[in-house]
Design a protein around this ligand. Structure first.
Ligand code: SF4
Length: 428
């Protein structure tokens, strides 16, 4: 039986697509393996959001060139954001790669597979079906929209993934139904901007409509979605989220900065005031919602005062989680072309540390209030002998127990808290 290995870096979209590719290869009779060295087919699912990620991809392609010279039958496929709109140029630079295809372009993958004699079910639609006969994982990522139309000034994604293209809702519902039938209890709908889902489909269904449809899938217990864009999140979506039991009380809502001038330079198309109002509306409609955000520090021209406004926003909003990144210029973006990367590295690092320190203190306080509480956790697996899973509010919870809890909803009494995770025991 031929073996495959999928190397994935980058965002949740890539992870979701890798799962779909794995489903396709499983259904074609391939067996998964754990390294390049014993695989017959390798898929690189790439990210180039940061220059360092692109270097990692180039390094891995170099490694595979060496492997292929020793094992000419090794098949190498490359997808993800590394595959830009000039695939001919990439083919010329990397002749040892058998197929380069754009993220989500499953027909191209399948057409290549057919030429290689990899069997494919006739009913295969635009996406690679998860036809693996194996049980599905408790939690699955489901891509619902490809690409992005926003062109934030620092981001390369729209140039690599292209314009937004939504998957038809019937296709998504069908995939989720299949997964739920095989054991998946929680799905996370993913896209660069899930809030613009459906605007390019006939009848213009939106994310709220999709959530309502998915709520009717039997055996599915939880639904999440990410990432949201503050300028596109509608009241209808918030109200739908509040009204559907299966939709978890958790949102990823990137703020990026607490200063309007910076937001404008980033081309985010909302103001701090609008962001604040949106958070207040969400918290009013969904009282126990947990919020995660992203912040960028050291964007070109960011003054100490402007940075302090970001710090104030974090202090005021009391997010559950803050992912903070120091700005680094990405070739091919507007920010790289038009602005000078003028904030010294040590200043960026210091700003990043200050946000992280503040957030650690906030998360410590928020999580300590959960001490002694009972939480429903979906057990996803084991790490270091302990079970782990997430609560509806996306808190990572560990517990020790001799039972087999994989894929089960467990009531956990929280005994210990930290800013990053919780620990507890099964409530008998
Ligand atoms: S919304 Fe902005 S940051 Fe997010 S993928 Fe689109 S362009 Fe990039």
């Amino acid at each position: 039986m031929p073996r495959y290995f999928i190397w994935t870096i980058g965002c949740q979209m890539n992870k979701a697509e890798s799962r779909q590719i794995a489903g396709y290869l499983d259904s074609a009779g391939y067996r998964v393996t754990t390294s390049f060295s014993n695989a017959d087919l390798v898929v690189l699912n790439t990210c180039v959001v940061r220059q360092s990620a692109e270097h990692k991809v180039l390094g891995t392609l170099g490694l595979l060139k060496g492997l292929k010279s020793k094992r000419p039958n090794l098949r190498i496929l490359v997808t993800g954001c590394f595959v830009n709109s000039h695939p001919q140029e990439l083919r010329r630079r990397f002749p040892h790669v058998d197929l380069l295809y754009k993220p989500g372009d499953y027909p191209e993958l399948v057409a290549w597979g057919q030429k290689q004699g990899i069997p494919v079910e006739q009913r295969l639609p635009r996406y690679a079906r998860n036809d693996s006969r194996a049980a599905s994982p408790p939690c699955a990522l489901i891509p619902i929209i490809q690409g992005c139309d926003n062109f934030c000034s620092y981001c390369i994604v729209p140039y690599r993934r292209g314009r937004e293209a939504s998957r038809p809702s019937e296709e998504i519902v069908c995939e989720v139904r299949e997964l739920a039938g095989k054991g998946t209890e929680e799905v996370t709908l993913v896209g660069q901007n899930v809030d613009s889902y459906g605007h390019d489909l006939p009848g213009r269904p939106d994310l709220a409509d999709l959530l309502s449809e998915l709520s009717n899938v039997d055996d599915l217990v939880r639904i999440r979605f990410l990432t949201n864009h503050p300028k596109d999140m509608s009241l209808k979506l918030i109200e739908t989220m509040a009204s559907l039991d299966k939709v978890c009380e958790h949102l990823e809502l990137p703020a990026q900065s607490g200063n309007n001038y910076m937001l404008k330079a980033m081309r985010r198309d909302y103001t701090v005031e609008q962001f604040r109002d949106l958070v207040h509306t969400i918290r009013h409609k969904i009282p126990h919602v947990s919020l995660s955000t992203d912040m960028i520090v050291g964007f070109p021209g960011e003054t100490e005062e402007q940075f302090e406004q970001s710090l104030s926003l974090v202090r005021e909003m009391r997010f559950d989680v803050v992912h903070v990144a120091a700005y680094s210029p990405r070739q091919g973006t507007v920010a790289c072309r038009e602005y000078q990367d003028d904030i010294p590295a040590e200043v960026k690092k210091e700003r990043l540390n200050r946000i992280e320190e503040l957030q650690t203190a906030i998360a410590t306080e928020i999580n300590s209030q959960l001490q002694g509480q009972e939480m429903e956790v979906l057990a996803e697996g084991k790490k270091g002998g302990k079970w782990f899973g997430r609560s509806r509010s996306n808190k990572l919870v560990f517990f020790e127990d001799a039972g087999d809890w994989l894929g089960q909803l467990v009531k956990i009494q929280i005994q210990k808290t930290s800013p990053w995770s919780l620990k507890g025991q099964v409530k008998k």
